[in-house]
Design a protein around this ligand. Sequence first.
Ligand code: TMP
Length: 254
Amino acid sequence: MARRRKVYEGKAKVLFEGPEPGTLVQYFKDDATAFNNEKQGIITGKGVLNNRISEYIMTRLSEIGVPTHFVRRLNMREQLIREVEIIPIEVIVRNVAAGSITKRLGITEGTPLPRSIVEYCYKSDDLSDPLVTEEHITCFGWASPSELDEVMSLALRINDFLYGLFIGVGIRLVDFKCEFGRLYQNDDVRIVLADEISPDSCRLWDIESNEKLDKDRFRRDLGGVAEAYQEVARRLGILPEGGPRDLKGPAIMQ
Ligand code: TMP
């Protein structure tokens, strides 16, 4: 059987050519990295859980009118997506101080922010994704001013919706990272949510105990990483059919 053509391989996902022009297959790996690839590991079952969690979140978001690249889940580790031109910016929205902002500004982890903050990082492994301002983004043409307005307003809508969704299952959405792409359709270009939204790209704390249910467990060697991702899926009501036994999933497709 002919193997599909690999279009791109990142740290946690692989993109393959899709069945129709303008589509791609996004494959979720169990590989985890942190601190710009300095730390590497495997979280068994992560790919299966992130595929399912990201499907769930993208589907809920599209129901409230947020355009996304997601088309449908294909199997345990793969989803069909629309091919987009990725805007090379990581958009971070923060509700509570954690991670890099605590170090950069000397704020204690866990401090609620007076209002949600949007930050931008330029996607460059060589430069370790530096924090940039809107000025850099528009000056260097990574996105136009109107695209950036759209990105910021979508990111804040996503935050408002996900904050409530997670509160409903006893989880505080501390912060998250999202990416956007340009979807070219006929003569039209639209900005859509791309990549993934999962415990790899969010900080999720149990509302009562503040227990971390996200990739910080891997970053900080706290243990129980897969169990934490599973707990997020369980609370969202989407543990993969068959439960944890199925989590290893097919090692490779085709
Ligand atoms: P930070 O506190 O390290 O800047 O991270 C903010 C949020 O963005 C956190 O939820 C983790 C997520 N994130 C990614 O998904 N990918 C990255 O490369 C980085 C640096 C952060």
